[in-house]
Design a binder for this molecule. Structure first.
Ligand code: HEC
Length: 142
């Protein structure tokens, strides 16, 4: 019963507001350094979308290999519930660093320097809506 309530709660918490937020992030107008934008475009956009919007159907569909689709990183999904250290680890070492049997698509980017990975973490935060950024900073202090 309690598990059911938590699952329903999570579902609503993770539900993006497709109509208003899907294209809210406009990279052209975002205040970000060109270097991190191309870092993102070259390494992440193929799955997470050029505006960090995630793949269509990410919540309940699988790709042709039966793996989960890439979620939005733009603050409409779950990313902001994770600490900066967790995000760093996922980006650099992938989900295999938590689960050696992981067979999905987020395999990490060990070729990126630590500095580049932290820049990507800040980049994601930069495009989150202000209210989410505030909650995040209160919670994690950065
Ligand atoms: C080949 C596709 C692919 C690429 C390229 C990719 N990702 Fe992912 N990413 C995924 C998938 C799929 C997931 C969800 C993992 C799962 O559930 O199996 C994910 C999850 C994540 C998460 C966790 C999100 C959350 O809400 O918990 C972060 C953060 C992330 N990716 C950031 C990045 C960044 C930054 C890059 C570029 C350096 C990147 N990803 C490149 C497919 C990809």
């Amino acid at each position: 019963m309690i598990t059911g309530i938590i699952i329903i709660g999570l579902y609503f918490m993770m539900m993006p507001d497709n109509n208003s937020t899907q294209n809210r992030v406009d990279l052209v107008n975002a205040q970000t350094s060109p270097a991190v934008v191309s870092l993102y475009q070259n390494n992440c956009a193929s799955c997470h979308g050029k505006n960090l919007q995630g793949q269509v159907g990410w919540q309940n569909q699988l790709d042709e290999d039966g793996h989960r689709l890439a979620p939005p990183l733009n603050g409409t999904a779950h990313t902001w519930h994770h600490s900066p250290e967790y995000l760093y680890r996922v980006i650099k070492y992938g989900f295999t660093s938590f689960d050696p049997n992981y067979e999905g698509k987020m395999l990490g980017n060990s070729g990126l320097s630590d500095e580049e990975v932290w820049e990507l973490v800040s980049y994601m935060k930069e495009v989150w809506p202000n209210e989410i950024k505030e909650v995040y900073e209160n919670r994690f202090g950065s």
